[in-house]
Design a protein around this ligand. Sequence first.
Ligand SMILES: C[S@@+](CC[C@H](N)C(=O)[O-])C[C@H]1O[C@@H](n2cnc3c(N)ncnc32)[C@H](O)[C@@H]1O
Length: 330
Amino acid sequence: MDSAIPKPNIKKLTTQLLKEDISDEESITIINEIHGYFNEITSISGYDMEFKHLAAVPTASGMALSLNHAAQCLLDYKRTSKFLRGIVKAIKDIQKGKPNETVNIFYAGCGPYAPFINLVAPLFDQSEVQFSVLEINKDSLDFAKKLITELGLSDYIKEYYLADAVTFTIPNPDTFHILYSETLDALLFRESYVPILANMLPQLSSDVTLIPTNVLLKVDVISNNINDASSDITTQTIFDTREAIASIEIELPQELPSKEVIFDATKNNESIIIDTEVHIYEHLRLTRGESSLTIPYEIALENPLPYQSMSFAYQLKPQVGLKYEFNKKD
Ligand SMILES: C[S@@+](CC[C@H](N)C(=O)[O-])C[C@H]1O[C@@H](n2cnc3c(N)ncnc32)[C@H](O)[C@@H]1O
């Protein structure tokens, strides 16, 4: 196909993105260049107004992001740069331990650009990495196929599946080294990362590398000391995805274990902030405000506070998301 924008050298651009000393500005320029080409080939920018590209797709538990929003993820610059770094490092680590094996990656939720195929595959030989790709949104899967074909990367793909990752049975699960699924939103709201892992992790071998490795929800309680007005922040993890999934016995429950945050009655408790901490791979993390996935959520507290604590639960049915309630003082 003739395109107005010449095909960029993806391998060169990705190699630049992976440089340790790359500046934020350089990363943004490179990702914008890649986006321009992906947009040209698929005709999807992430910002068009076609109704079907704006609609989220229901899954067996949670909602899949709309095609447009999935495309926009590429332009979440820190997210894309750090995930790229994480997946490339994970592949290289597996290669070190298993030098003669092809690294098989199961990619659950590719979106219309399948960026972690299209940016990663050119760095390796097709005998080194192979992808199995799954997506619930048919249009997204079709655009992803088109882009992969246009970039000459079809030989890196073992299978395409149009399916719901929350209920999908993975063929030959023991052959996979990496499960990649960035099906997340801030506060683990609405999207199906947790139920996808609950379905897929038990099928895969126990040493499979998961990317992102874990997602934690943390609460900061911000308070002022009554006597000297100095302020304090106490931080507590209220939800640890991997820990919660390990606690599931057979069926997906209505909700996963709840935690309680107890307020210190000797202080003026001003507000709480809920953060999403995305552990991508090893030390690579997305922290507060670095990405749309880690936008913090603040709740102002009444003063004086009529509550002694706050309980949290991560609900899986009927909607996916964090629930909380305040517990009154006795
Ligand atoms: C946040 S986007 C990420 C797109 C792309 N992988 C990236 O990182 O830029 C998540 C993608 O996963 C898909 N998805 C979400 N839940 C899914 C599910 N249960 N089964 C299959 N695909 C799902 C969405 O349709 C969307 O395309």
